[in-house]
Design a protein around this ligand. Structure first.
Ligand SMILES: Nc1nc(N)c2c(n1)CN(C(=O)COc1ccccc1N1CCC(C(=O)O)CC1)C2
Length: 169
């Protein structure tokens, strides 16, 4: 039984920024819809700060199992839900996620992306063709990562971006 594939999914600015003050620096509804469509029916793995960044009405992300990584002993998600699983570190989170037998999507933040990249075989990047100020950055994809698809678009608010898939050679 091969291990379930691990996918990363993030949106990044031209200068590599993925977040600012635990929020997205842009408003890109097309990307939110893409994110929802890609991760639907799977298990999402995120750090606690990413969990906290979600508006409470979207916690847990609906229609998916949510695994939250936190070192805080006794941390409990709010709102409580049987679809939220708590893990003390990323290896435990990925083991829990893979145990659920659904596609595993790592959805942030920067620390979690950096730790999980080595274990992933596919990365979906929404590449926004504009620089943004921010305090969180995307992981660096070295030259083993090969672009396998690219779909360029312009958002309703004029932002040029592309949905890009990378797979490890
Ligand atoms: N490419 C790519 N990768 C990522 N990791 C992420 C994205 N884009 C975009 N992100 C988010 O917007 C995170 O979420 C939200 C943040 C703020 C307000 C609403 C939301 N939600 C949007 C998704 C909805 C859903 O999925 O049901 C729930 C409400 C993470």
């Amino acid at each position: 039984m091969t291990q379930a594939r691990i996918h990363l999914i993030y949106a990044r600015a031209r200068n590599g920024v993925i977040g600012r003050d635990n929020q997205l620096p842009w408003h890109l509804p097309e990307d939110m819809a893409f994110f929802k469509q890609k991760t639907a029916g799977g298990t999402v793995v995120m750090g606690r700060k990413t969990w906290d960044s979600l508006p409470s009405r979207f916690r847990p992300l609906p229609g998916r199992d949510n695994v939250v990584v936190t070192r805080q002993n006794g941390w409990q998600p709010s709102p409580a839900s049987e679809r939220v699983h708590v893990a003390a570190d990323l290896p435990q989170a990925l083991a829990t996620a893979q145990g659920l037998g659904q596609p595993v999507w790592v959805i942030g933040g920067a620390q979690i992306y950096a730790q999980s990249l080595a274990l992933a075989d596919e990365v979906w990047v929404t590449e926004i063709n504009q620089d943004f100020d921010g305090d969180a950055h995307a992981p660096v994809l070295d030259d083993r990562w090969q672009e396998v698809s690219r779909e360029a678009q312009t958002s309703s608010n004029g932002l040029p971006f592309a949905f890009v898939c990378y797979q490890r050679r």
